[in-house]
Design a binder for this molecule. Structure first.
Ligand code: NAD
Ligand code: UD1
Length: 336
């Protein structure tokens, strides 16, 4: 099965391509290299023995996309291509709407012209906004978003939902990720954030390796057992297995499906620091700072729907998450 992987050089896309090749699928990668390095392709080849087909280009370039669809027998699209920083999106909202929303519209239009009507979209738990009830299920209200990044995810979900309402032969899967972390267990590929990372896990490992002095803990006065924020951290390999299972089960089947991809368990910032200390043997110096604007106290998934419909469940432990992240960081102290 040939699958166009938009944004396939990035963190989640690269791990997914490895899993797809191992499962006998052929990824056709389209990536503008906006937030990724071409070196990733050699790493994928080192792991799988196959260099994926790669087209450098922007999904907002319709002529380019039409050419890619004409050149292959693509059956499905995995759509990872997007900008993902909440803080950046607040500073540059138009850039986020253009890249994430306009890019998705161009991609969907090009798919339609090519007769490819199967898409798996990388959405996020941010579409749920704030919720007082945990865990989060797919039926919770969406759209009460608090920043432009989250809004772009919600808008693309709506576009795809409305498209399905008018053309019911589409196969549309919206995957709402909780907090993807970790790396391939080989340490050959992993997360390589450009500039200063804003997510917890890359900061922990950068502190551990000496690239930064300490971790700023954003608030210890939340209504949680230890006062720090609680999140549902999912191992990247579990997350990508969810994509492959989704691809396998939806191929050729029309429908609109929405799944949370999370573990169903939450960990606090202090727990993450402590587990990292114990598993990797490195102490993480930290300072308590003010809460980060827009942060919520806690968020974790109810992943039962994906288990019931797809037979998918996250299997890897927090210990494996820490070990694999640390192995990647030690092998690649400066990233790719
Ligand atoms: P990433 O930045 O590592 O990967 C995204 C890839 O898309 C990059 O390689 C980038 O170069 C490419 N890209 C961006 N805009 C493009 C465009 N217009 N045309 C072509 N290529 C383009 O991010 P990631 O962590 O792998 O995330 C993948 C997707 O999952 C994103 O859409 C993100 O919003 C979503 N998501 C990520 C997380 C997370 O924590 N990583 C959580 C929820 C949702
Ligand atoms: C963030 C994004 C969210 C995105 C998700 C996954 C924000 C407000 N939200 O969510 O849109 O989908 O990443 O990419 O940016 N923390 C610290 N110190 C740090 C970094 C984080 O204490 O330096 C804490 C946070 O307050 C939070 C937890 O660690 O409690 C996890 O933070 P992070 O990794 O940024 O993920 P989210 O906030 O869940």
């Amino acid at each position: 099965m040939e699958v166009l992987v938009a944004g396939g050089i990035g963190y989640i896309g690269s791990h997914t391509c490895v899993k797809m090749i191992e499962s006998g699928m052929q990824p056709i990668i389209v990536d503008s290299l906006l937030n990724a390095k071409v070196e990733v392709l050699s790493r994928i080849e080192a792991l799988t023995g196959k260099k994926p087909i790669f087209y450098q280009g922007d999904i907002r370039d319709e002529i380019f996309l039409d050419m890619v669809f004409r050149s292959h027998k693509i059956q499905s699209v995995l759509h990872f291509a997007g900008l993902k920083s909440v803080s950046e999106s607040v500073l540059e909202p138009l850039r986020y709407y253009d890249n994430n929303v306009n890019g998705s519209l161009v991609l969907i239009r090009s798919m339609r012209k090519a007769g490819v009507k199967s898409i798996v979209f990388s959405s996020s738990a941010v579409v749920y906004g704030h919720s007082d009830v945990m865990p989060v299920t797919e039926s919770f209200l969406t759209g009460m978003t608090t920043n432009p990044y989250a809004c772009t995810k919600y808008i693309v979900e709506r576009c795809l939902t409305d498209l399905f309402a008018s053309e019911s032969d589409w196969s549309i899967t919206l995957l709402r990720y909780f907090n993807p972390v970790g790396a391939h267990p080989s340490g050959v590929i992993g997360e390589d954030p450009k500039g200063i990372p804003s997510n917890l896990m890359p900061i922990i490992t950068q502190v551990a390796i000496g690239r930064r002095e300490y971790l700023s803990v954003f608030g210890n006065d939340y209504p949680t057992p230890d006062g720090t924020g609680i999140r549902d951290y999912i191992h990247i390999m579990d997350l990508v297995e969810g994509h492959v299972v989704a691809l396998e089960s939806i191929s050729g089947k029309s429908g609109l499906r929405v799944y949370n991809l999370g573990t169903g368990k939450g960990f606090s910032v202090f727990e993450m620091i402590e587990i990292f200390n114990q598993v990797c043997g490195v102490r993480i110096p930290y300072q308590i700072c003010q809460r980060r604007l827009g942060d919520i106290a806690e968020c974790w998934a109810n992943p039962e729907k994906a288990k019931h419909d797809l037979g998918w469940t996250a299997k890897r432990s927090m210990i494996e998450i820490m070990e694999d992240t640390w192995r990647w960081q030690l092998k690649n102290p400066d990233g790719y």
